[in-house]
Design a protein around this ligand. Structure first.
Ligand SMILES: [Zn+2]
Length: 236
């Protein structure tokens, strides 16, 4: 029975290592995902800033065309001034010209705002591009590291699979079934645990003295009466 328990413990260790290697593989791919998300986010910001620049340039051109139209109107009105004899009409036209000039002045202010917006967005773009370059460098480096780490992890998983097969072949079929059943029932922790100084190392509860004495004979499979794990005696 001791041999079988030893094999079971080895099998359990193989499974624990496999789980940890798989978790490591998962964390490796997460690391790349985090970088790739940053890259996507920065690229989206570039798209947004580009759209802002285009929008501001479009507004600028529209203001520019408004000013030109107003200038034509101002010129036309100024030409008409000379031919007007009626004072009231003359004053009205002067007022109209003034109004157009004021509008143009306000529009020029808006054009300056547009130029400032383009300037701000372009500055932001430079910073975003620098940040993107850093992230892309990180991705290239990380891909190399991930490649190596993944290769090592996958190789180890194959070795562990081979060892698991070997161990499973050496173990009594019923015991293996029991082990798998106990494993499936355990929310956390191992299915096979040592008992040291009468304490079960699965649930940390004392097992009855009679059972502890019997357990030390290592002649029969025993389960912890408290947590139902497979137990074996381990000398302190
Ligand atoms: Zn227990």
């Amino acid at each position: 029975m001791k041999d079988q328990i030893d094999i079971l413990v080895s099998l359990q260790e193989i499974e624990i290592e496999s789980t940890s290697v798989n978790a490591h593989l998962c964390s490796i791919s997460k690391r790349l995902n985090v970088l790739s998300n940053s890259q996507n986010e920065l690229e989206q910001r570039i798209t947004d800033e580009t759209a802002k620049i285009e929008e501001s340039k479009k507004k600028y051109r529209s203001h520019e065309s408004d000013i030109k139209q107003n200038q034509v109107m101002i010129k036309r009105s100024q030409d008409r001034l000379n031919s007007i004899k009626n004072n009231r009409e003359y004053q009205a036209l002067l007022k109209e010209i003034e109004e157009l000039k004021r509008t143009n002045f306000a529009t020029e202010e808006l054009m300056i705002d547009c130029l400032n917006q383009v300037d701000d967005a372009e500055k932001k773009m430079v910073a975003i591009h620098e940040e993107l370059q850093l992230v892309q460098n990180d991705i290239v480096q990380e891909q190399q590291v991930v490649g190596v780490e993944t290769g090592t992890a996958e190789k180890r998983l194959k070795e562990l699979d081979r060892e698991r097969l070997k161990m499973s072949g050496k173990i009594d079929a019923d015991l293996l079934k029991l082990f798998q059943k106990v494993q499936s029932q355990q929310v956390r922790g191992n299915a096979v645990v040592p008992v040291q100084d009468a304490v079960c190392h699965g649930c940390y509860v004392n097992i009855p003295p009679q059972m502890y004495n019997e357990l030390q004979r290592c002649d029969k499979l025993r389960m912890c009466p408290n947590c139902q794990r497979i137990i074996y005696w381990k000398q302190i």
